[in-house]
Design a protein around this ligand. Sequence first.
Ligand code: AMP
Ligand code: ZN
Length: 464
Amino acid sequence: MDKLKFYNTLTRRKEELSPLSPPVVTTYSCGPTVYNYAHIGNLRTYVFMDELRRTLKYAGYTTKSVMNITDVGHLTSDGDDGEDKMQTAAKKQNKSPEEIAAFYSAVFFKDLERLHILLPEIIAKATDNIDEMIDFVKVLCDKGYGYETDDGIYFDISKFDGYGKLSRCNIEDALAGARVAVNTQKRHPADFALWKKAEKNHIMQWQSPWGMGYPGWHIECSAMSKKFLGERFDIHTGGVDHIPIHHENEIAQSEALEGHKVVNLWMHGEFMLVDGGKMSKSLGNVYTIDDLIAKGFSPLAFRYFCLNTHYRNKLNFTFDGLSGAATAYNRLRGIISACKTAQKADADTAQKVQAQKDAVVAAVYDDLNFPLALGELWTMAKLPACRDIYDAAVELDSILALDLHLPQEQAEQQIPDEIKQLADKRFAARKAKDWATSDALRAELDALGYTVLDGKDGYEIKKK
Ligand code: AMP
Ligand code: ZN
């Protein structure tokens, strides 16, 4: 197993990875709340998770990774007030929370696949692990960390010595930062809910020692990481927004329960901005992968765009930026795939290819420096064309996952799903000799910028 270094948010230093039980590396990644489409910012965080897991595998480790799916709606604020996100979405769409969760989970997994994000070995749904959460809360209460109020069970942060150590804020800061208590029974405004008692009209609720209710958001991750990874594990990942509340609270719960450190290394992906600012529905700048595809960009061009900025730096998304990345990406694929049929390198070039390959690997082993890795790969691609470049790039593609073996045209031919569906409908109409429908659909596709070429047993669709 090769040596790897990662930046630990807890210690604010790069540290050499020293797994608890090599060759296995245990990781936990906070997954999505499945009440809506994942946006490109969320997906950047999962690309980061994938960079990590692929790098671990390349270095000879075996990953045992967990990602949770939050299908119990945590509340609209990181605190414990606001509406239940799943329930709100369910009401709006006139569906059950289960239907909402099933629909958006399926879209999420499709997005991961399109971005070549490998699925963690264990996908844990919150609703499948409610008993474990209740048990966790019970133990915290027995140990004196949890206390009951009229509306739930809360964690008393003043009882946990290290509260604030991840974000380096002390309890006084946490107290000052918390909003004036809505719930006056809380001992401290920054105490957080482990379990909420459900009002009658709350859709998702479970039997517990404290009556019908539902778990707090933070307890999900503590209970599921314990269940699947045990009382200590190697790496925990998430976005930087989780540092001050969600992960601080996870540390408090898990360490209070176990009586010792649980996570060795905390890694956080920085945020994606859009046009220099926050993504928000009101600004109309919340994009999904389908939005990018509809504008003619392939998911892998977006992956390349993500890899080109270090995960610990903010990444500003603009369509110009993505367009530049897409052009570079396609050129890279064009150069590398063309090397497939080239001659073997002479000794001097072969040595240079090897040096560049080593440089790519060294870059990712040093805290996932993918931008540097891509730079080194480009240096390789500019060497005299030879089969060695193709072979090296294809091997490195197990970390990069950019389909570097494919020629560039295929990357450009990404047809959005809705276009494919229209074309399928048109083909079915044509087969049924319903010429009027078939012509109308052809005109619709034409207006959307696509041409259909009919063959004997099917059709081909092209962007005009
Ligand atoms: P959520 O479903 O809101 O819990 O978010 C899922 C993941 O996306 C979490 O790990 C967040 O930290 C992350 N995330 C949310 N917004 C952004 C953003 N703008 N850029 C990068 N990551 C984000
Ligand atoms: Zn979490």
